[in-house]
Ligand binder design. Structure first.
Ligand SMILES: [Zn+2]
Length: 293
């Protein structure tokens, strides 16, 4: 009998990661540029060592409309890009595409045993997210549901999406860089903030405290709106957990009693591995759907 071989791929701003599912070692191809051809070639290179495949699931950062990327903050040249068709043509196998936050939520949900309603936030350059509710991956009408980075979390700081006061302006490193620049302090990345907080520098501790409080306001809204069993925080800024957690837990505790008393919070470092898992499971679901027709 032919064993079905499926791979998951996570396309990030700095590189493409791919692994056989379940349990394969992750191949990483750094991205030298962000144009379509470079990214497609990197996906192919990341998959090449994995051998023959039956299907590929791809997670990517961007606003989806079905199988088309309408726009992606990390890949500014991608506009109305028919990514699934391009990948299927290139790879010669069925491909499924998911928003990376949605794929990470799906991966976290299945890793926890598929029984609990889950909301996930990814904290990195920006803030992404996804949800699995009533046992279903929650994609919304277009596949872009779960953009929790753009829910209102206070203040008037301008966000990359054009709105003001989005969670991402507080809890993503691009927001930190802009916020600090406005007060005359220039940093290049989030690690500098975390290192400064470790060194007990007040400006960094204050910034992280503000970020934690914004996360508290946002997760309070999410708990009130969605009543999940668990909220998962993932991504690179999980390294700042000890400064973010007090504000987050304080805000979340102000949700209405039934939600606040029940909801669990889990911190999980690597969003990419969760996204690879969730993307591969979407590809498996696509194969099942096709063989059932
Ligand atoms: Zn926004």
């Amino acid at each position: 009998m032919h064993t079905i071989r499926i791979a998951g791929v996570d396309i990030g701003g700095s590189g493409v990661r791919a692994a056989l599912h379940p349990g394969g070692a992750v191949q990483t191809i750094p991205l030298e540029a962000r144009d379509v051809e470079t990214v497609l070639a990197a996906v192919q290179s990341a998959l090449a060592p994995l051998g023959e495949l039956d299907a590929v699931g791809v997670a990517l950062p961007g606003f989806l409309d079905g199988d088309v990327v309408r726009a992606s903050p990390n890949f500014p040249t991608w506009k109305q890009l028919p990514i699934r068709a391009l990948l299927e043509e290139r790879l010669g196998v069925p491909v499924s595409v998911e928003n990376d936050g949605t794929a990470a939520a799906a991966g976290a949900w299945s890793a926890r045993g598929c029984c609990e309603d889950l909301v996930l936030l990814t904290l990195g350059t920006g803030v992404g997210g996804g949800a699995v509710l009533d046992g279903k991956i929650w994609r919304g009408r277009t596949g872009s549901a779960g953009e929790f980075g753009h829910i209102y979390a206070g203040g008037e700081q301008l966000c990359g999406c054009g709105a003001r006061g989005c969670l991402e302006t507080w809890a993503g490193t691009a927001g930190w860089i802009r916020r600090l620049a406005a007060s005359g302090r220039h940093i290049d990345n989030g690690r500098q903030v975390i290192n400064a907080a470790i060194d007990q520098q007040a400006w960094a501790i204050d910034l992280l405290d503000d970020a934690g409080r914004a996360l508290g306001r946002a997760t309070r809204s999410l708990a009130n709106a969605l009543d999940p069993d668990v909220i998962v925080l993932s991504g690179g800024l999980v390294a700042a957990k000890s400064w973010l957690e007090p504000g987050l837990m304080d805000g979340l505790s102000r949700a209405a009693a039934p939600m606040a008393e029940r909801v669990k919070v889990e911190w999980k470092g690597r969003a990419e591995s969760l996204a690879i898992r969730g993307a591969a499971e979407s590809a498996a679901a696509l194969l099942r759907k096709r063989s059932a027709v």
